[in-house]
Design a protein around this ligand. Structure first.
Ligand SMILES: Nc1ncnc2c1ncn2[C@@H]1O[C@H](COP(=O)(O)OP(=O)(O)OP(=O)(O)O)[C@@H](O)[C@H]1O
Ligand SMILES: [Mg+2]
Length: 310
């Protein structure tokens, strides 16, 4: 399967951005202050997370990507801006003086995570308003919009933004969070994973029951389609015209974090490029199979995807 030239695809990604930070070090003693290990940090790494990782994944496939999100007036916010520029992304990161940039800091020694430290705060109304008006300005210049919801409050106005985008004829994809999806009504597609799906529709005992629950949710929210990503079981697309299953294709699994970001980014690029549903989820599933074989939140390049598809 040849994907063709994806450089004409224009995506707008909106949502919660975060910085994934890793501190690698050595432990050789216990602290005299408390019964905890002392880590001497020898190396650090940082990667864009959340909506920023979706943006990076879409850009790695060759699409033209703009990103709209909020950061704090701090060093992690600057790091995210730099990482986005390096990834060729046109990032509009509004600085909200009232918040700290969302950071997930892992302290790692000998391949073992010792501690994760999270920094996150809820955005201010002023910053959210400013973001909403910029959304309206940026909308005409894109083919599809991706909302990447990590439940950090950056998508308070997602309902309004979905209505604007659909009224302008754009394809709208949502990676959802929480137990109330009413704000996502009218989107083209939402892409919950198994536990996110369970949180809104409850447990299912077999595929038939999942089918009924997915169809009911799709109708209730007036979605064109609903994609449930099912980790090692692959993914299932529920559409008015039928259901499509894709088996997981990963050869080796090292790190599943960020696989959902790769799925929605690839799906958005393919749909905006004019692919049909079956083609789009096939390519997204192949991309996810590649990314779970990499360490950390990672991206799949166009060359890797071409090699896996042919
Ligand atoms: N253990 C696995 N083995 C094979 N493929 C996997 C595995 N985990 C994930 N995948 C692939 O990645 C896709 C998305 O994974 P998953 O359903 O776990 O999303 P997710 O929970 O949103 O991911 P994350 O939140 O970590 O980014 C799956 O549909 C599948 O194609
Ligand atoms: Mg996810």
């Amino acid at each position: 399967m040849y994907l063709g030239d994806l450089s004409a695809v224009r995506l707008l990604i909106v949502g919660d951005v975060m910085l994934d930070r890793y501190w690698f070090g050595e432990v050789s003693r216990i602290s005299p202050e408390a019964p905890v290990p002392v880590v001497r940090v020898v190396r650090s790494e940082e990667r864009p997370g959340g909506a920023a990782n979706v943006a990076r994944n879409a850009a790695a496939l060759g699409a033209r990507v703009s990103l709209l999100a909020l950061v704090g007036n701090d060093e992690p916010g600057e790091s995210l801006k730099r990482l986005m520029t390096e990834g060729g992304i046109d990032a509009s990161l509004h600085v909200d003086d009232a918040i700290t940039t969302t950071v997930k800091l892992r302290v790692i020694s000998r391949q073992q995570q010792l501690l994760r430290i999270d920094f996150e705060t809820v955005p201010s109304h002023e910053a959210l308003r400013a973001k909403l008006s910029e959304f309206e300005e940026r909308l005409p210049a894109c083919d599809a919009v991706v909302f990447s919801d990590y439940g950090k409050g950056g998508l308070t106005h997602v309902g309004d933004m979905i209505r604007m985008a659909r009224a302008a004829g754009k394809t709208v994809l949502v990676d959802p969070k929480g137990d109330d999806y009413s704000n996502y009504a009218g989107a083209t597609i939402i892409t919950p994973n198994r536990s996110e799906m369970r949180e809104v529709v409850g447990r299912w005992k077999d595929d038939d029951e999942l089918q009924r629950k997915a169809d009911a949710l799709r109708r209730e929210l007036a979605l064109e389609a609903l994609l449930v990503t099912r980790s090692e079981e692959g993914m299932t697309l529920f559409h008015a015209t039928g259901t499509v299953n894709e088996k997981a294709v990963a050869r080796e699994v090292f790190d599943v974090s960020g696989a959902g970001d790769t799925v929605i980014a690839t799906l958005a690029v393919m749909l905006a490029h004019g692919a049909d549903w079956a083609q789009a989820i096939h390519v997204a599933n192949v991309a996810a199979g590649i990314v779970v074989g990499k360490l950390g939140t990672a991206v799949v390049t166009r060359a890797e995807l071409d090699a896996a598809l042919n």
